[in-house]
Write a protein that binds this ligand. Structure first.
Ligand code: MN
Ligand code: MN
Length: 461
C-alpha cells in the first residue's frame, strides 16, 4: 500500500498554486517566530478576511448568524477563528487545531551578568531541544518587556540585514578532547546556554563596565531598566529567514515548522471556506504544546469550551449547558501537528512502511504516544474511514504514519485533550526532517496537500 509521491500528480496550475502558498508560508514563518507574533500576524490576516473580535459581539449582545466570522484572542498567545455554518452548533464544529509555540530558549528573569569583559544573557530552554544544535550559530531575540505601569515594549533584534545577532559560543576542537568524549546529551549543559550579548566596556564605568554598556543600550533604545526583565518574555530563536531547500527548491528550511506549518495551512484553508459552510468551522492555534499544553494558553485550559459557550449564547435564544456539551461532543477535529519524516540517514529509528515520507502528502497518525501507545489519542476507525473518503474525493495526497519504531521513543499532541469532550479527533500533519532543530525541513508538496486536506475536511467533515 505504498502511497504515491504528490509531486507526480501536479500540473502547471497546481505547481503555481503550490509556489504561491509556499511564498505566503515563508512570510508567515519569518514574521511569526514566537506564539505572540503568530497571533498578531494571524489576527491581522483574519481582520483582512472579514473576521471581527468575538468579545465585541459579546459586549454588544449581537446575535451571530451563518456566514459570520469571529476570532477569539487568548492573551495574545493562542487564537481561534470561527466561521459560523448553516447547521446549529449542537451538530458540532469542524476543527483544525495546531500549535504555534516552538522549541527555543527563554531569557531567565534575572538574565544579565558579566564575566571577563563579556556580557551574557542567561537562558532556560523551552521544549525538547538537542542543546548542542543551538551553539555557534546566529540567534535573535524576540519578545516583550512589560513595565510596572503596564506598558509593553516589543523587542525583535537580529532579523533585519543590518541588525546585530547574538549567539552561544562553543569550545574549539583543539581544546575539546574531553568535551567530545561526552554524549551528545551531555556535551552542552543546559546551564551553559548563555547568550553573548555585549563585549565593549561603557566609557567611564569601572565595575562591570560591559554589562553597564548593555544596560545603557537597553535604556537608550527601548527605555528598559534591568529590573523590567523581571516581567519580560524574551525568546532566543534562530536568526534569519526561511529558505528554499534543495537545488530543485522542492523543500523549505526554516525555524518552527513544528507546528507553524500546520498553523499556516489551517489558517489558509479557513480563509478559503464558502460564504456559509455546512457546519461551523474553527481554526485553533494553541500555545504551550511543546511543554505539555499547560497554562492558561495551553490546550488544557478551557478557552475553546468557553468560546463555544459564548457562540451558543449568541446563536440560540435559549442558552443551556446541555447545548454546550452537545456541541462539544459532536465536534470533529483534525489535530494538526507535524510528524517525523522518514530519514534514510537514520533509517534505524523508523519502520519504513508505517513512516511519513517527505513529498507523499499530508499524514494521518491514528495514534501517537510511546511504548504501548501510552498517552495517545487512538482515533476511531469509523472516523478514519470517513476521512479516507473525503481525502480521496478531493484528490488529496495523503499517507498514514507512526512517529518511529515501536520501542524507540514517542511524542504527543493536543489530540487527547480535545478527545476528552467526546469528539472525533485524529492527528494530521506534515512530515518534518530535523524536527526541533533550529532549522527544520519540510516538502512544499506536503504543505500544499495539508492545505487541500484541511479545507476539504472543514467543508465536508
Ligand atoms: Mn508539534
Ligand atoms: Mn514539537
Amino acid at each position: 500500500m505504498e502511497r504515491p509521491n504528490a509531486w507526480k500528480t501536479y500540473d502547471a496550475k497546481a505547481l503555481e498554486a503550490l509556489e504561491k502558498y509556499s511564498a505566503e508560508y515563508r512570510y508567515y514563518l519569518d514574521n511569526g517566530k514566537t506564539e505572540r507574533e503568530c497571533v498578531t500576524e494571524t489576527v491581522a490576516m483574519a481582520k483582512a478576511n472579514g473576521y471581527t473580535d468575538l468579545a465585541d459581539a459579546v459586549k454588544a449582545g449581537k446575535k451571530l448568524v451563518p456566514g459570520d466570522k469571529v476570532y477569539v484572542n487568548c492573551m495574545g498567545k493562542a487564537l481561534m477563528l470561527f466561521h459560523i455554518g448553516a447547521a446549529p452548533l449542537e451538530k458540532g464544529i469542524n476543527i483544525v487545531g495546531s500549535h504555534i509555540d516552538s522549541p527555543r530558549m527563554d531569557l531567565k528573569q534575572n538574565p544579565f551578568y558579566e564575566d571577563t569583559d563579556i556580557a551574557y544573557a542567561d537562558t532556560h530552554y523551552y521544549g525538547g531541544i538537542k542543546k548542542y544544535q543551538w551553539v555557534a550559530r546566529a540567534l535573535a531575540l524576540h519578545g516583550v518587556v512589560v513595565k510596572k505601569d503596564g506598558t509593553t515594549v516589543n523587542v525583535v533584534i537580529g532579523e533585519k540585514d543590518d541588525d546585530p545577532v547574538v549567539g552561544i559560543s562553543d569550545l574549539l576542537p583543539h581544546l575539546g578532547a574531553d568535551q567530545m568524549k561526552k554524549t551528545l546529551a551531555e556535551g552542552i549543559d543546559g546551564e551553559g546556554l548563555d547568550v553573548m550579548v555585549c563585549g565593549k566596556p561603557l566609557e567611564g564605568e569601572e565595575k562591570e563596565a560591559v554589562k553597564a554598556g548593555l544596560l545603557n543600550i537597553l535604556k537608550e533604545t527601548y527605555g528598559i531598566e534591568e529590573e523590567d526583565m523581571l516581567s519580560a518574555e524574551i525568546e532566543v530563536v534562530p536568526a534569519g529567514k526561511t529558505r528554499d531547500y534543495g537545488l530543485d527548491r522542492s523543500m523549505l528550511l526554516g525555524y518552527g515548522h513544528d507546528d507553524r506549518v500546520c498553523a499556516y495551512a489551517s489558517v489558509a484553508a479557513q480563509f478559503e471556506l464558502p460564504a456559509v459552510p455546512a457546519y461551523t468551522c474553527c481554526c485553533l492555534l494553541a500555545d504551550k504544546e511543546e511543554i505539555g499544553s499547560v497554562g492558561a494558553t495551553g490546550m488544557r485550559a478551557h478557552y475553546f469550551e468557553n468560546a463555544v459557550a459564548e457562540l451558543i449564547n449568541l446563536t440560540y435564544d435559549n442558552y443551556s449547558e446541555l447545548l454546550v456539551r452537545r456541541a462539544l461532543a459532536a465536534c470533529r477535529m483534525l489535530s494538526c501537528d507535524v510528524s517525523a519524516g522518514y530519514d534514510p540517514l537514520y533509517a534505524h529509528a523508523f519502520e519504513k512502511k508505517n513512516a511519513a515520507i517527505l513529498g507523499r502528502g499530508v499524514c494521518y497518525n491514528k495514534f501517537t504516544g510511546s511504548r504501548g501507545k501510552s498517552g495517545s489519542n487512538d482515533a476511531n476507525a469509523e472516523f478514519l474511514g470517513r476521512l479516507r473518503n473525503i481525502m480521496d474525493n478531493n484528490n488529496v495526497c495523503w499517507q498514514t504514519a507512526e512517529l518511529g519504531r515501536v520501542d524507540v521513543g514517542g511524542g504527543g499532541t493536543i489530540a487527547y485533550i480535545c478527545a476528552l469532550y467526546g469528539m472525533e479527533v485524529v492527528d494530521s500533519g506534515v512530515a518534518v526532517l530535523s524536527m526541533h532543530a533550529p532549522q527544520e525541513i519540510i516538502s512544499k508538496a506536503d504543505l500544499y496537500e495539508a492545505i487541500k486536506a484541511y479545507k476539504a475536511f472543514m467543508i465536508e467533515g
